[in-house]
Design a protein around this ligand. Structure first.
Ligand code: NAD
Length: 335
């Protein structure tokens, strides 16, 4: 029995989580879910968007599955997603982007993985006003964080039989901060001679990904570039509705879809649960349940290929729950 902390999330979170739990149950893997609160619901109930109990639950269980959380724009509390990553030192954000036949996209057979540094860069949240008419946000890059994220990317490549790691940077302009990231990446790469290593400047990388995505494999980069390019990669394979992610540290891992809480669709049984379901598959694989994880991925692929029970964003008219049930049925019949 695996014990996992479950955060339902804001907006569409509870609906996609419900569909996902049906699918996980269908695998037969026994999971004891420990519910914990965060975001808007926690603010209402406990007066804080990130209660101590939630962090304690994640620290104790070491694995969490999480729906998206709303972050107020401009003013209000800072992102709970960022706070969780920092508090639990979840330094690696893994964002695979894989093509599924049946999902509308100009590309086929894309299989990319973005490894995004998750704890520093402009996301360190160090910013202040300089007088009334200027603001300063500080970009922090350290050798330690660069070292471990690049090592994570190479270890991931090694374990998953990937052929190449590309480091993405803007060291031509940000000579000190991105320069340090790149220099560190080169020295880690030298320790993995069996895996090809290359470097790309981030703007060129964005263009190359659109023009020749098949040339790339695993890509590793500082936080902000990873945030932007992983959404670009999600776009290459059909959008946020099918993009899962994992936030991994040395002791704790927290799994969540790439997309946000899409508040305008809340409670409408409308959005696509696939990203959340594929996220659960990443979690099961992390827990050592390889067979169940692959079975979920095959079931998702079948439902997408058939195109009969899919949500609006994939050109269908099925609701969130119905698509979840269709995937769960395939999981059961593939047993
Ligand atoms: P969003 O991802 O919530 O939604 C953008 C658009 O993408 C939606 O309007 C919808 O058209 C589409 N979309 C998203 N998820 C979908 C799904 N499962 N199925 C079908 N279509 C889907 O991004 P946003 O509107 O920029 O952000 C809304 C809130 O989510 C903000 O408060 C933001 O801070 C938060 N957010 C949270 C996370 C997270 O929890 N990790 C990530 C991104 C954004």
């Amino acid at each position: 029995m695996h014990k996992v902390t479950l955060i339902q999330g804001d907006g569409i979170g509870p609906e996609i989580v419900a569909a996902t739990l049906t699918v996980v149950e269908a695998t037969g893997v026994k999971v004891a879910w420990e519910e914990a609160s965060a975001g808007e619901e926690a603010l209402e109930k406990y007066g804080t968007p990130l209660p101590e109990e939630t962090l304690a639950s994640l620290q104790k269980n070491k694995v969490g599955l999480k729906g998206p959380l709303t972050t107020p724009i401009g003013s209000g509390y800072r992102s709970i997603n960022v706070a969780l990553r920092k508090a639990l030192d979840l330094y690696a954000n893994l964002r695979p982007a894989k093509s599924y036949p049946g999902v509308n996209s100009p590309y086929r057979e894309i299989d990319l993985v973005v490894v995004r540094e998750n704890t520093e860069d402009l996301y360190a949240g160090v910013e202040h006003m300089v007088g009334l008419d200027a603001a300063e946000s500080i970009k922090i890059i350290t050798r330690r964080a660069s070292e471990r994220i690049v090592r994570y990317a190479f270890e991931y490549a090694r374990q998953h039989n990937r052929r190449k790691v590309t480091a993405v940077h803007k060291a031509n302009i940000l000579k000190l901060s991105d320069g340090l990231f790149l220099e560190t990446a080169r020295s880690v790469a030298a320790q993995y001679p069996e895996i090809e290593f290359e470097e790309r400047i981030v703007d060129n990388m964005a263009m190359q990904l659109v023009q020749k995505p098949h040339l790339y494999d695993v890509m590793v980069m500082p936080n902000l570039y990873g945030d932007i390019l992983s959404d670009l990669c999600a776009g290459l394979v059909g959008g946020l509705g099918v993009a899962p992610s994992a936030n991994v540290g040395d002791t704790v891992a927290l799994f969540e879809p790439v997309h946000g809480s899409a508040p305008k669709y809340r409670g409408e049984d409308k959005v696509n649960p696939t990203a959340m379901i594929l996220t659960a598959a990443l979690m099961l694989r992390y827990l050592g349940e390889e067979e169940a994880a692959s079975r979920i991925e095959r079931a998702v692929a079948e439902v997408l290929r058939e195109g009969k029970t899919v949500t609006y964003d994939l050109g269908g008219s099925a609701g969130t729950a119905a698509m979840g049930r269709a995937i769960a049925d395939k999981v059961r019949s593939n047993r």
